[in-house]
Ligand binder design. Sequence first.
Ligand SMILES: [Zn+2]
Ligand SMILES: [Zn+2]
Length: 658
Amino acid sequence: MAKQREMFKKLLSLMLFVGVMVASVNLQEFTEDLTEDDPIIYERSSDIANEFAKEYIYFLKTGHESKSLKDLSSKLANMHTLKKLFTTSISDWETKDQFFMCTTCQAVVNIVVHMFRGEDGEFNGPNAQNNAKNLTLELCQRFQLQTGNVCSGLFDINWPTVHYIIMNSKADARSICGLLPISFCAIKQEEFDWSVEVDSKTGPLTKPKADKPQKTQNDLMILHLSDIHYDPDYKEGSLADCEEPLCCRNVDDRNISIDVGAGFWGDYRDCDAPKRLILNAFQHIRTQDQIDYIYYTGDIVPHNIWSTTEESNKEIITEIFDLLSKQFENIKVYPAIGNHEAHPANVFGNENVPTNMSSRWLYEHLWDLWSDWLPAEAKETILKGGYYTVTPRPGFRIISLSNMDCYIFNWWIYYNGNEISLPQLQWLHDTLLDAEENNEHVHILAHIPSGGKDCWPVWAREYNRIIERFSDVISGIFNGHTHKDEMLLHYSELGHPMAISWNGGSLTPYSYKNPNYRIYEIEPKTFQVVDHETWIFNLTEANEQNGLKSPRWFSEYHFSEFTDDLSPSGIDKWLNQMAENPDILQKFWSYKVTLADPNLSTGCNNKCLLNNICQLAVSANNRKERCEELQSILESNVSYALTQHVTRDSLLSVLSNA
Ligand SMILES: [Zn+2]
Ligand SMILES: [Zn+2]
């Protein structure tokens, strides 16, 4: 029996090997059947990457393109879902997109390190930039990634930073691509592991955080706005269904039919917010009875990541913060930075990187704009890294992070994650320790939710360690970035619910959303959220009026529709209720996508429900215990099989057809 199993294993590895080497292997069919956690995929991804890099370097050196290279290129190019790589969050990628990314990442880093780094780096030297650009454009076309214009723009603005990191980082291809939040791509990398010094006065949490917040007469009202993504070049009637990552802005698109033309108030497709949408939203917010503070959780600049400049980013950011300060004259705004504020987008160099590549210009500009709302002491940390703390009233502290330190598209974390990411988290810890000594309750603002796949698990792990130590002090966490009206529960090391991250959604309709804003009701003793109300309008309906009428904003829902216990323990119980009753989960999902027509017409199937229940319970993307528990409850409550587990039989049959 054991012998047979051994034989079977040998046969399987032989077939895997043959499968990789045989050029006619059908990658697409292979990846469609696999779940993302399958360890076998990484082996293949890595082998294919090595094969591709070897053939491609031969091609670069001789000009001769082998049949194997041609076949691998066209198979990889046909595998990914094109625009999705640029327009959707990595959390929403299909396994084949993840496979494509992991494989090409390893292949490209291999090629780049081989050709640029070291003594025999033939592409380095005075022509490095030209060589690299030609290489990028060739690969961009080979994998049919984006238009030449977008690839060229992305290269131009990212090259100085990327070149510096290639030449100076000690990371190799495996560890660089291992930082991608793709489970089968991840490997252990000691040089990228680090930890915060956490005060040890209290031990691990031994029970859930369960003090249920109660409504009072004196509750505070906090407006949560996020992800405005203001596009000054938005043009109604222009092409809304274009090839680039951002549409609705090209005035040269003439004679286009009405169904592909950008709407008057914005567009569900890959388009950002026109000025009139933002003005209209602010006007509507002004009709609300009471707003004590405003939280803005980042992303003001539009999604034209291939053509931003420092100047245009500064202008757009100034315009929006000026507007906020004029429209809400007597209300303090507490902002957090988003990944799009930087130029190049996503790339945040702190004080440890060479001055000409640091984000100091952005931090100085933001301090100019924010100083009306913030105390003078905030200046030091804002100029350092775009983060700060403030006490709006006795007993209540806000800590605003710039958590692009965890964002996997911020190239600097590949340079030296320890130097880039540790200082701010250590500051967060120290600030919370002071808050605890002063009996303060704390709200944390941060653009990127820690549980998302685009947040580096090492950062998320350390962040959660800090949250566990200070779960009594932290009363709420407020995020943006995903453009979805969602939330997540943080669990302690032993699995106790300890904190809630709320997500404010987005004002931009980019990625098929109705514009939304949210008002939290906060009880004034522990400053926990007692309820929230979300406001939206329907974009289809608004655009049908052709600008003759103002959009019809309406109260979409109160969170108390779901539960009146908004403590972490109460939310934990509610997650069970949703897993036991998928109808409630469906309702939660419809609000998550802000009842946007294109989403509602597609609906949320069982696989989508499983993903949704999981995301609610994951606060570091490699810790899935509670997610899996909820998924198995949900699976037993829906009518048919939900997952596509790969079986040995299906794997063998795919390989033997290769
Ligand atoms: Zn955004
Ligand atoms: Zn963002």
